[in-house]
Design a binder for this molecule. Sequence first.
Ligand code: HAM
Length: 416
Amino acid sequence: MISAPRGTRDILPAESWKWAYIVKTASETMKDFGFSEIHLPIFEHTELFSRGVGETTDIVEKEMYTFNDRGGRSITLRPEATAGVMRCALENNLCVQGASAKLWNWGPMFRHERPQKGRYRQFYQIDAEYLGVPGAMADVEVISLSLELFRRLGLKNLEAVINSVGCEKCRPLYRKKLVEYFSAHKDELCETCLDRLGRNPLRILDCKKESCSHVADGAPDIYDSLCDECREHFAEVRAGLERLGFSYRLSKRLVRGLDYYTKTAYEILSGDLGAQNAVAGGGRYDNLSSAIGGGKVPGVGFACGVDRVMIVMEEQGCSFGVAPEITAYAVALDDASRPAVQVLTYDLRKAGIPAECDASGRSFKAQMKSAGVCRFACIIGSEELSAGTVSVKDMKAGTQENIPVSSAAEYIKARL
Ligand code: HAM
């Protein structure tokens, strides 16, 4: 027997309708915030991610599913959506001459990580990107959108954590300060962080290992290095969030695992997940566009992990709306009635009533057992067949009536 690859999961019927509920809620929330849905390729040229997400990130260095296609081109299964959205906007001229675009998408992403609770190799993101607007109001739009989505889904016990990671003007100075500081604490850093020291020292701030974390606590504060523009931008984002009534925690150690961020970086954490506690992450990326060969298109966005949202909603007993169910079950009393039962079932379905009938020749008793979990049983036997009627049993009202088969849909609808 061939099993599914490690880190992937099948989403079965018992769960799939709940996923649909999350996506539907996202779709409605996106619409209310003026975001339009797009569909993007699941694979892109590898260069898009190595240049966009960053050569020295864990994603690009260790986690991408990269292969040569039959034409010898290096292709990568998308590890995230932002670079693809920016590529799409540039290629389709969505942001020319200062135009802005609010775009959202959802679907599978692929990262070769060590699987654990809330971490998969194929996982799903709902992603929103606001392109073309450099000001802090756009950041507030995006952060409030993500928080509103979670409010509508009924998630509790969440914490928004925000930071500014500076820009190309002020970050080099901060980077230098960090290298100096961490170099003086080399013997307390883990192997990975020693490696990061020369290549991506900001990532050391994010290390979960106790000794690194302890050193990082004493690291220079990024707020002391921000340029005026970044400082002002950050103050405006914070003021905007406060105006909308959101509370958040500032964390100078939130740096995120993707290199394209400038200015705002944020995450939404859940108290009900284990180590993988971020249900969403995002921020501003004003240089991503030029990194992948486009003109200057600023952007800000977020992505939420649907798998993790699902875990939290289950654990918190959140509502997923109404589970799909069959309203009417058509039952054949004898074999001669089976064709009429199938016709009735199809008529009910055409009228928008979820209906089912037996297709494997099961006994009347077995059919009635299936009908027992539905609201209506619509029984046809030889008498009904010759009279052109159906006997409709309403399980909730405890009634049974013989009615013309042509009015069955109307009869049922009137009672729902
Ligand atoms: P990210 O933080 O890498 O950001 O991922 C966003 C969210 O996707 C995480 O908070 C988490 O909920 C979920 N996620 C990530 N990796 C996994 C995994 N292996 N298994 C399950 N869930 C996972 C980005 O991807 C950026 N593109 C977000 C963004 C959009 N920034 C700006 N715009």
